[in-house]
Write a protein that binds this ligand. Sequence first.
Ligand code: LUZ
Ligand code: MOS
Length: 750
Amino acid sequence: MSARDPIAHVRAETCFVDDLLEPQGTLYAAVFGSPVAHGVVCVLDANAAAAASGVAAVFTARDIPGENQVGSVVADQPLLAADRVRYVGQPLAMVVADTPTRAHQALKNITVTIDKRPAVFDPRQAAENGDLIGLPRTIAMGNVDAAWSQCVTIVSGRVDSGGQEHLYLETQAALAIPRPCDSMHIFSATQSPSSVQRTVARVLACPMHAIEVEVQRVGGAFGGKEDQAATWAALAALAAHRLQRPVKLVLDRHADMQMTGKRHPYTSDYRLGLDADGRFLAFQATYYQNAGAVADLSTAVLERSLFHATNSYAIPNVRVTGICCRTHLPPFTAFRGFGAPQAMVVIEAAIVAAAETLNVPTWTLQQKNLLCGGDIFPFGMRMQGDTPRRSFDAAVSRFHVQSRLADIERRNAASNFVKRGLAVMPVCFGIAFTTTMLNQAGALVHVFVDGSVSVSTAAVEIGQGVATKLRRMAAAALGIAQTRVRIENTSTTRVANMSPTAASTAADLNGAAVRLACGTLLQRLKTVAAGIQGVPAGQVAIRGGRVWIGDAPSSLTWEALVKTAHRKRVDLSAHAFYATPELHYDRQREKGRPFAYHVCGAAVVEARLDALRGTASIESVEIVHDAGRSLDPLVDRGQVEGAVVQGIGWTTLEELMVDPDGRLLTDTLSTYKVPDLDFSPTTIEVVFLDDTADSGAVMASKAVGEPPLMYGIGAYFAIRAAIRAVRDVPAERIRLPLTHARILQMLEGE
Ligand code: LUZ
Ligand code: MOS
């Protein structure tokens, strides 16, 4: 990875898995998915496909030498379905041929007879049937039941939020290359090389050391390749192992949209109680999560929903319950925000309902109830710092919320058809994997005799700029120019047992490990320098690629120092390990400290509604965001802007539709709309909160990947406010996404 990455991207020179130079004799795989949502497989006939021209082999469950299992949290997901299918698109067979076209053509020759069983797509129905994954979980604080009697205002309602297709530009892809001595080299478009390694070893019944998984870069992932890249890599590896030929499997867009999981749809019930001053006294909610057919990461996603049920607010009495419901849809999976957006939209809907009941501006209720430093979350963790309040107040004043609301009211009264609406959306997002054990990282740093430096970590460059940040951190730690530092491909052979690049933590965890490894090297090199210069090691520093004694630069350069150290037989490689301190969580008591810190901020979102045509657009999103001491303001700004647009897409545009048989209807880019430049707000202003002394992460920075997505929730409520300038719409039933079709329905009172 180099600083030239962005340049390569715009020139389309970047190499993704499908662009890698293929070894001679590479074969191509295509996957046959179940045409039925739920049923028992009677006959799977692949004979015609196997005989088709160019086809090397067809594989089914019977051909798997090891375990037919890819479930990472729960062992409930076969690599290839054997006797029962549980969703449309579930892999049943794989064709391998000498060209991708022939592999795809041969799929048409496969026939399957399936004895259909009843299929359920609605999570509430699944819950009624008792078809749950794990037990329902409840996190509680205070005494909700007793608190209702003290409430002056109580609102209740239901919120339904839809799924979301990741639409990473690079589809799921893997290239498996057999190596001598029963080993295999796999290039995978994954966020989690070690998960791919573990899954392939399991499926092939070989030790993990026989499998090297390598990732150069991934063309977008957004959570879709945290758990779900493993299936495609394992299929490619299975074929490569059986045929002893390199095998490439790249899903085309259509197959990717049909076969892979998306953001979890939720349907939730809430109740919020307020005292006479508008303070939140009690909040209760039940979240029915549509998990799809297998567990995947659903229980972890649901846990994060519960941890974010109260978003940025302090509420003394809370009881929230999450129910993971099994349906006959492709397994829903990680998606930027990981369950937090689905929960935050519920508390925001509750606050809007309360504000409309009390006839007060929503932002005043929000502001009155913001978390302060020292407040306790329902899961027992204490809020550190005042960033929810500081960012909210800063956003309200800096972006003139009060005067703009008055102005909007005036303009709305003066216009019959053009209506405006404004919403403030605070976000408070916990940083760390909620699965405590995942909060670990290793780094391996080599200094070569010419002074160039090679850094290997678990971080996968997905376009989020983690390589840029790591490079900067390594260079700063060693006191040398960034041009001397190379961030290597992510490989399971260089760093073992890697956690996924996920949960916004890649720069935090891997950066901390890199700094530790660099610190070890620096100490060794300083000792050598001190010996050369004849001064105590404490007086030596390395800055600007040269050795300094106290405040004075010496003539000893970084290169000369490294050469000398090598001659003196000093180890110029260092491995370091970092585990986030002080994390713990007790799932029996549902109390603990699951997060290292929180990232907070607030957005002001303004929408413009054309009430005649029933269309709306988001005019502006203005944000005060806490990035700590940013490791790279440009990277962080890009992350915030991209996340906001993705969040607005989820709340107002992107709609997954499934037919009564469980077949995805929106499986092309013509039927599934995602934000483009034209759709994006004209203005996205990002102001970084300064002076955030409470930062917990490396070099006083803060994680940035996921939190800003939830600013996009404000888009829903801004458009809703504009619609309310036309007619009253009840708040008890909120449905996302708020598409143009739904806007029109609301305008017509449906
Ligand atoms: N993945 C995961 C995540 O395994 N655990 C998490 O807590 C998480 N959070 C956000 C995104 N991915
Ligand atoms: Mo993720 S939702 O893979 O951080």
